[in-house]
Design a binder for this molecule. Structure first.
Ligand code: ADP
Length: 465
């Protein structure tokens, strides 16, 4: 059974882990999809207003014209290839502030949910010729392409918009040595646009918040359900174990008197005993004793199972010291088999209390009898009694003690500690349960302090009045 439960717990935990991994994978996929969708949306919005910005077009035209001039200068040998870019950069730098402002204003007027930055980069400039193509600039990679216009940001984490490739042919007239000449060029320019979206992670998470909250809720629900199921499974198992123990214990307790009764009745039937009245009397006494023992056992099971609400107290006022001394004296007399030393220490600021004598005596005797049952020889029991607002009775023994694990459970119905020393001693595991119910019926409390092999102290507190 224990193995079965462990396998079940293990399988459930494994299932939960698998479920978490699948859920994690799905959430991650949703995150990626949402991210792509959000970036696509932003890109589309940028395209839409890119078309509507006529002032931007005039900047592009101006920059384009400047580029044509540089290319012609290069073609006519007036500008070296490596200087081409430097010259060109000076021009873009002067128009850039206006370019940036136009984009920023546009982004603002389009009410985008997140701040977006725009950048245009140059990837290639090629002079086309019927004989051979002359590459003036060629950096197709994202990182080493040339920053042309727009806001400066790290392109590595930026998103690429469309790239544009423009092929154009231009003819220009110029004057050289007083002679008017004409030059025509055909060239191809490749640019790439990038956008940078600040805080896109927050926006994506916001869009996913519904699904995130729902999955956390479902996960917590499944976890709670699993915890609850495992807990009740363990409790059921504990109850089943306790019941089995109880049945074993009671069978054991019933067997001895029953065996004696069988023997005694057999004895009475014997011919030779009929003429011996002394022997008959002895046997009848044995039958009566065993009968009483069986009755006591049944009463114990019936009464000791009562909860504190079912106990009807019949309270009377008692003189604390007289009452306790009587209980202790009777108890001392009843212990015959073991050597016992009972130390009493009374400190009473209040002399009387209202209690149900019958129940309270049962409770005290349960604790005192346990002190004897769960001790080896040379038993020493210290009884310390204090009475002020409360009656506080501490009963300390020098017995086998109780482990921390058992300590929390000894007041439960049918519970007996798991060690072999306890199992060698007869018992049903009801005494302390009943004791606690009696103390609770008196509105009091009982606690235990103990360590394995180091004695035990039970402390009872009952309010006076
Ligand atoms: P029972 O004595 O019939 O087993 P109780 O309810 O009286 O049942 O006690 C419950 C368990 O608490 C005992 O089985 C024993 O393990 C433990 N216990 C009780 N009193 C003592 C004690 N004085 N010293 C050590 N163990 C004790």
């Amino acid at each position: 059974m224990k193995r079965k439960i462990n396998v079940l717990i293990f399988a459930s935990i494994l299932g939960l882990i698998a479920l978490s991994i699948i859920q994690g994978y799905l959430i991650n996929n949703t995150y990626k999809l949402e991210k792509d969708a959000f970036i696509e949306e932003t890109k589309r919005a940028v395209f839409r207003f890119d078309d509507q910005l006529t002032e931007i077009d005039s900047i592009y035209e101006m920059v384009g014209e400047e580029m044509v001039d540089r290319i012609i200068d290069y073609k006519l040998g007036r500008l070296e290839k490596h200087k081409f870019l430097n010259e060109f950069n000076n021009i873009t730098d002067t128009v850039n502030p206006k370019f940036i402002k136009l984009y920023q204003d546009a982004f603002r007027s389009f009410n985008l949910s997140h701040p977006v930055k725009f950048q245009k980069r140059l990837r290639a400039v090629v002079l086309l010729d019927s004989v051979f193509n002359d590459t003036l600039f060629y950096k197709p990679q994202k990182l080493n392409s040339l920053y042309l216009l727009g806001e400066a940001f790290d392109v590595e984490s930026a998103y690429a918009l469309n790239n544009s490739q423009i092929t154009n042919d231009v003819q220009r007239n110029y004057v050289e040595n007083g002679i008017e000449k004409s030059v025509s060029i055909e060239f191809q320019v490749t640019t790439q646009d990038y956008i940078n979206i600040d805080g896109w992670e927050k926006e994506v998470l916001r869009r996913m918040s519904g699904i995130l909250v729902l999955s956390i809720f479902i996960f917590a629900f499944v976890l709670g359900l699993l915890y609850y199921s495992i807990k009740s499974l363990i409790t059921q198992k504990k109850i089943a174990d306790i019941k089995t123990d109880f049945v074993n214990n009671i069978t054991h307790e019933l067997k001895t008197p029953l065996a004696t009764l069988t023997l005694a009745t057999k004895m009475l039937r014997k011919e030779e005993i009929q003429h011996e009245p002394k022997l008959i009397e002895n046997t009848v006494q044995t039958i009566e004793r065993q009968n009483k023992r069986l009755q006591k056992l049944i009463d114990q099971v019936l009464n000791n199972s009562l909860g504190y609400k079912e106990i009807e107290l019949n309270k009377e006022s008692v003189i604390i010291s007289d009452y306790l001394n009587t209980v202790l004296d009777d108890f001392e007399l009843s212990v015959k088999s073991k050597e016992l030393k009972l130390n009493r220490n009374f400190n009473l600021l209040h002399s009387s209390i209202r209690i149900d004598k019958f129940y309270m005596t049962t409770a005290l005797l349960n604790i005192l009898e346990n002190a004897v049952k769960y001790s080896e020889n040379n038993i020493e029991i210290n009884i310390d009694v204090q009475a002020s607002n409360h009656l506080k009775i501490s009963i300390e023994d020098n017995g086998i003690g109780i482990s921390d694990k058992d300590k929390n459970q000894i007041f439960e119905k049918f519970y007996r500690a798991g060690n072999t020393e306890v199992h060698n001693v007869k018992g049903l595991g009801l005494g302390l349960y009943y004791t606690k119910q009696i103390i609770k019926a008196h509105n009091g409390d009982i606690i235990v302090k103990s360590q394995n092999n180091n004695g035990t102290i039970f402390i009872l507190t009952i309010p006076i009045n």
